[in-house]
Design a protein around this ligand. Structure first.
Ligand code: NOJ
Length: 748
């Protein structure tokens, strides 16, 4: 019997690495240094520090601006020799010698590419996410990058939204846990370690709530939803020491976030005491003109500054438009000083004044350790969703396999979105792994049928069908190319693109057992094809080592343990869809008549008027938190330490989990609650804690979670966080739809 203690709860998040640098401002040597520098700076030099431009080599127009103190940060310059030359110019040839901060989007790896963030979220493993981020930081910093624009903490509830892939899914607690882990991995033990990279939590806030999943779009979010759903991951990551934050492109409730004083001043600066750098998104300050919130670029610059945006990413409006309002007294120079103070402080904290240069000799890219970690994350990120008659793992009765589908050998596309520096030459695909590891023992009949995911040309179908017929089993690698998800890559149809559905249907008609492996940036609509296949293994784009990871899972060298970090819809029309929805006054109950069962000329109210779709019903295809293993786990013996919990009390909830199968496996044990009535309505379920445990066959563990009153609080629409008295249900189980059930009450 093992004992496993609580891993994550909101209460615990607050204990994480709380880094605060506010107290004792003037006595702090860092603050004194900042003040000294600031006192020597001209207005032009101050605005220069607030300017971030995109790199362009050691070009004259950049060098001249650096010499004049006109650039605070450069993004997208990754050649360490160029970085060092530019830095030398800043340090030796600008009046005050302030170093430049070089930034880059290192979203899920610099050279060694890890699974896309949504894939990493499927691992539910903060330690792994942290380890992956550490690799990214070591690789990126060795190229001179000390600032990255990750993690993305936007809650995503809509698979149409292309950027859902960049975050950790739909749940605030899971996103908080993994976001903190990524911050920790990127920033390391201390910011001034040369291998540390300042994290930037983004996009503040409510970017994932864009209407219809269309990127950059409008969001309308009530105070209650903002505070209970969208803000918690940001608060957690800031408490964990995230150095910087990026605002989002979109507007919420009528105010574009680049000029949103409520979000940036009232919440971030005042309530949360966030004193790190706030950067705009690319051009997002100027876009307030398009939003119809600013009359001109000059107006936009003022609005962003006064809202609290410290650095202007690639918009150049601060440098161009803030001098005259400061000179005329319309804008106080003290506001500029505060922004510059934060930027200088970050540069000091990163140790850039002492160590401005990057050693260029050490090769830290694609090391064996990094690749092993990337493989481990990819293994834990894959989610087994169907496994009829235990077809997987493939056993040694299989002598020949057909390898079909456009994602079997797609070295670029399996890396996923936001890969600037990772090279496809280092990618190991499933086909390459199969050939390498099983080529001498199995007959491998490779016939992709389609060349890429959007390919509609059926001329290779016949070869694929022949390969299927000639094999014992079909491994069908379907999915989406990398470019079909990510920024501005939303889709209204989230099913398999191109002629993949037709190919899969024709291959399945051969009668051979089919293992469908989908490699994509979102949970692809598969409802109609699922009955055609015997096993379904889902992998968000798995990165450099995706091939070896998936092949280990297929052949049982590794056991699937990933669970969905998002609700998997049956049909795109169910979007947005998420497990922690509200109950409504008319929740569906009992059997729902489907569209085909409705009698002709049925009476208006004969079907029961509840909240559901006639064609898709009420349920998703797979619930949040769902995933199968090659073994089975049994949950027993739920115990709650009390039936009532007061303000300063804790509730210990535990149960026994037993591996009832024949192989060792890992299980993600999830704790959910429901607060039955509140002064604002509460979701039907909320994840409050989780733990990932590994058990040998026959082994049991007691899994314990501690809930505090803080975990049971919620925000109302008046900006109050409340613990109300009332009845709760608590579940501990394998996903958001199943579990052992207990009840307790909160009291005063
Ligand atoms: C725009 C994206 O929204 C943001 O996430 C990214 O960090 C910046 N561009 C910089 O590339």
């Amino acid at each position: 019997m093992k004992n496993s203690v609580l891993l994550w709860s909101f209460g615990m998040l607050c204990l994480l690495l709380c880094v605060s640098c506010e107290s004792g401002k003037e006595k702090d040597p860092v603050e004194e240094r900042v003040s000294r520098l600031l006192s020597q700076m001209t207005l032009e030099e101050k605005l220069g520090q607030m300017e971030q431009i995109t790199g362009g080599g050691y070009a004259d127009y950049i060098v001249n601006q650096i010499k004049g103190g006109g650039i605070g940060s450069i993004l997208n310059e990754v050649n360490p020799e160029v970085i060092n030359r530019l830095q030398k110019t800043a340090v030796e040839e600008s009046r005050l010698g302030i170093p430049i901060l070089f930034g880059r989007d290192v979203i899920h790896g610099f050279k060694t590419i890890f699974p896309v963030p949504l894939g990493q979220a499927a691992s539910w493993n903060p330690q792994l996410v942290e380890a992956g981020a550490r690799v990214s930081a070591v690789e990126a910093s060795s190229a001179g990058i000390r600032w990255t624009f990750a993690p993305m903490l936007d809650i995503g509830r809509d698979q149409r939204w292309g950027r859902i892939v960049e975050g950790f899914g739909e749940d605030p607690l899971l996103t908080s846990a993994l976001g903190c882990a990524m911050v920790k991995g990127l920033q390391g033990e201390r910011l001034n370690d040369p291998s540390s990279v300042a994290a930037c939590v983004k996009h503040f806030a409510g970017y994932g709530a864009a209407e219809g999943g269309r990127d950059y779009n409008t969001a309308v979010i009530s105070e209650e939803q903002l505070r209970n759903v969208y803000l918690p991951p940001f608060k957690a990551a800031i408490d964990a020491g995230a150095a910087t934050l990026m605002v989002s492109f979109n507007e919420i409730n009528g105010i574009p976030n680049s000029g949103n004083r409520y979000l940036l001043q009232d919440i971030l600066r005042k309530e949360w005491q966030f004193n790190g750098v706030i950067v705009s998104d690319w051009n997002s300050i100027g876009e307030m003109v398009s939003h119809g919130y600013a009359e001109s670029l000059a107006d936009a610059a003022e609005k962003a500054l006064l809202a609290g945006v410290d650095m202007d990413m690639e918009n150049h409006v601060y440098r161009q438009h803030l001098t005259s309002p400061v000179k005329s007294g319309k804008v106080k120079e003290a506001v500029i000083d505060e922004a510059v103070r934060r930027i200088l402080r970050l540069k000091i904290q990163l140790g850039l004044f002492e160590n401005p240069y990057t050693p260029t000799e050490q090769p830290v890219f694609y090391t064996k350790e990094s690749l092993d970690k990337a493989k481990k994350v990819a293994v834990e990120s894959a989610v087994l969703l169907k496994n009829e008659n235990n077809l997987l793992p493939l056993n040694n009765t299989i002598k020949s396999i057909a390898v079909i589908g456009p994602m079997a050998d797609a070295p670029h596309d399996q890396l996923g979105t936001w890969v600037f520096d990772g090279e496809k030459a280092h990618t190991v695909t499933p086909l390459a792994t199969l050939r390498e590891e099983y080529g001498s023992t199995l007959k491998i009949n490779y016939a992709p049928g389609l060349n890429f995911s959007r390919d509609k040309d059926k001329k290779q179908f016949a070869q694929a069908i022949a390969a299927a017929k000639a094999s014992d089993v079909v491994l069908f690698f379907a999915g989406e190319e990398a470019i079909l998800s990510g920024e501005a890559h939303s889709r209204a149809d989230i099913s398999l693109p191109g002629a993949q559905k037709e190919l899969l249907t024709e291959v399945a008609q051969t009668g051979k057992p089919v293992v469908l492996i989908v490699i994509a940036g979102r949970t692809t609509e598969i409802y109609e094809q699922l009955p055609l296949v015997n096993a379904y293994l889902f992998s968000f784009h798995p990165g450099t080592m995706g091939g070896p990871a998936l092949v280990d899972l297929i052949f049982g060298k590794a056991v699937p343990s990933g669970k969905l970090p998002v609700t998997y819809p049956k049909m795109v029309g169910q979007s947005p869809i998420y497990y922690n929805h509200k109950n409504t006054g008319r929740p569906p109950a009992g059997k729902i008549e489907t569209i085909d069962e409705i009698p002709l000329e049925a009476g208006q109210v004969s079907l029961g008027n509840t909240s559901h779709y006639l064609d898709a019903g009420k349920d998703p295809l797979f619930p949040f938190g769902y995933g199968l293993s090659y073994t089975t786990f049994q949950y027993d013996d739920l115990k709650l330490s009390a039936q009532e919990i007061g303000k300063n009390e804790q509730l210990l909830a535990s149960c026994t989990v037993t591996n009832t199968g024949t192989v060792e496996g890992a299980e993600i044990v999830q704790l959910y609650i429901r607060d039955w009535a509140g002064s604002v309505t509460r979701p039907v379920k909320e994840l409050k804690a989780f733990d990932k445990i590994s058990l040998k066959p026959g082994e049991s563990a007691t899994v314990s979670f501690i809930l505090t009153a803080d975990d049971l609080k919620f925000w109302n629409n008046k900006n109050q966080q409340l613990l109300e008295t009332g009845d709760f249900t608590l579940w501990i189980g394998p996903n958001s739809a199943e579990g052992l059930e207990g009840r307790f009450r909160t009291k005063n």
